[in-house]
Design a binder for this molecule. Structure first.
Ligand code: GLN
Length: 478
């Protein structure tokens, strides 16, 4: 089999080929590594060639013994803000350019236990703050569909690696859309699980009350496979919960399901994106789903609430980078305060500094009530409204992002860039699961449709994704 024939398989296809010994894990791993080495997309910060080779050998031995786990021999990439034992974990920050964690994140432990081969660490916006992957100390990522465009962010390397067949799946993290928006820009499936469904132990924190780890994959079924492996309660993350009970297959049967459509989730969408979304609605109806118009009045406040709360939490989480404990240290300084200031000035990028300043401002004694406290209260209102809306329907459907992937260098106003998260951030505020699934194109680039579900209904929204995926591919309903 040639390299492309192997790397373009889904996880389901690769697993079957491994099981029947048509392909070996070593071959699949080498095929991915070769692709990465010949790639100019900059999806990876670190390629774990040696470790991956030995994990692949172990997988082949396990297969020979008949011990086959859910991901045995499958090359998977991991976003570089998720800790990997003895492998550099940089968060795409100059501050952590040499940081090597002494432990694996729980999700990485679980991937390894399921037999996955960790192929490398993917590029991102520094500390996961951004929507274009341009805020990386390791350079921008080029979208595989058009190298003049961004892959989205912050999990840009993860989404683009999966789209470019440089991995069969990848882990990303989603605080305000960082799995779903790049999935939409790159044309892959991205699942942001219910808050607490996946352990955050070992995820380098951005905003702890919003962060969730989730899979990016080429099909909804593959995303389900990875989600099942990584989810579940973990004693090392006290916010984690038991995994939802999920079937092993998605049948794409959505007949009789009620899909909520809120006009707010269409505000500001480019015409090409809106047109694809209309087609997605028609496809869902053709498959027997009922459409119900709903309204989420607090939607307009969500973006502001998100940037207040996430920046406040980021300012607190990032205070540990001071040049003393770990990370880089400025070479010359006069005293401790000067050491902190010089290290942070030199090693944090502009966007991270902006978030720290916003965060400290909204937490400062004179402004705490007006910003942080107010945003926390509005968060409760948003959550309540989503729960209420979802009590009358099975999911809420909308576009994942208002536009397709913009060109590299085109986003110069941070406030405008923040607008690309307008449809994704409310979901993190409400703590709910959501999936982005590719549905057609606009301007020659992929468009994503987002299905938002009830807490722990990952199975339900992935089934909707599977139905839409079938329609988008020209399945029976089209
Ligand atoms: N783009 C958003 C931000 O910059 C979301 C990031 C994320 O989900 N990690 O905050």
């Amino acid at each position: 089999m040639n390299v492309n024939d192997i790397t373009e398989m889904t996880i389901a296809e690769l697993s079957a080929a491994l099981k029947s010994r048509k392909v070996s894990a070593v071959e699949a791993t080498r095929a991915c590594v070769d692709k990465i080495k010949n790639s100019t997309l900059n999806n990876y910060i670190t390629v774990c060639e040696t470790e991956a080779e030995s994990a692949a050998r172990a997988a082949d031995e396990a297969i020979a013994r008949g011990e086959i786990g859910a991901l045995t021999g499958v090359p998977v990439a991991v976003k570089d803000n998720i800790s990997t034992k003895n492998i550099k974990t940089t968060c795409a920050s100059a501050f952590l350019q040499n940081y090597v964690p002494p432990f694996d994140a729980t999700v990485v432990e679980k991937l390894k236990k399921a037999g996955a081969v960790i192929i490398g660490k993917t590029n991102l916006d520094e500390f996961a703050m951004g929507s274009t992957n341009e805020n990386s100390a390791f350079g921008a990522v080029k979208n595989v569909r058009d190298v003049a465009r961004v892959p989205g962010g912050s999990s840009g390397g993860s989404a683009n690696a999966v789209a470019a067949c440089e991995a069969f799946a990848a882990l990303g993290s989603d605080t305000g859309g960082s799995i779903r928006q790049p999935a939409s820009y790159c044309g892959v499936v991205g699942l942001k699980p219910t808050y607490s469904a996946v352990s955050r132990y070992g995820l380098i924190a951005f905003a702890s009350s919003l962060d969730q780890i989730g899979p990016l994959a080429r099909t909804a079924a593959d995303a389900l496979t990875v989600f099942k492996v990584i989810s579940g309660r973990d004693a090392r993350d006290t916010t984690s919960s038991d995994a939802p009970s999920l079937g092993s297959v998605l049948d794409g049967n959505i007949a009789g399901k009620t899909i909520g459509v809120a006009e707010q989730f269409l505000s500001g969408a480019e015409s090409g994106v809106a047109a694809q979304f209309d087609k997605a609605i028609a496809a869902a109806q053709k498959k027997g789903a009922r459409i119900k118009k709903i309204s989420l009045r607090s939607f307009d406040a969500a973006l502001a609430v998100y940037y207040v709360l996430s920046s406040a939490e980021a300012a607190s989480n990032l205070s540990r980078y001071d040049g003393v404990k770990y990370g880089m240290r400025a070479k010359s300084f006069t005293d401790v305060a000067d050491l902190y200031a010089k290290s942070r000035t030199e090693f944090f990028g502009d966007e991270v500094k902006r978030r720290i300043m916003i965060g400290n401002y909204v937490l400062s004694s004179g402004y705490y009530d007006a910003y942080y406290l107010k945003a926390s209260k509005v968060r409760t209102v948003i959550k309540r409204e989503f729960d209420q809306a979802l009590s009358a329907c099975d999911c809420i459907l909308g576009p994942t992002a208002p536009t397709v992937a913009p060109e590299i260098g085109a986003q110069t106003d941070p406030a405008k860039t923040y607008l690309s998260d307008i449809y994704t951030v409310p979901v993190n505020i409400a703590g709910l699961p959501a999936v982005s699934v590719p549905f057609g194109e606009a301007d020659g680039m992929p468009v994503g449709v987002q299905a938002i579900g009830k807490a722990f209904d990952e199975g339900g929204i992935l089934n909707i994704a599977s139905a839409l995926e079938d329609s988008a591919k020209g399945g029976a309903a089209c």
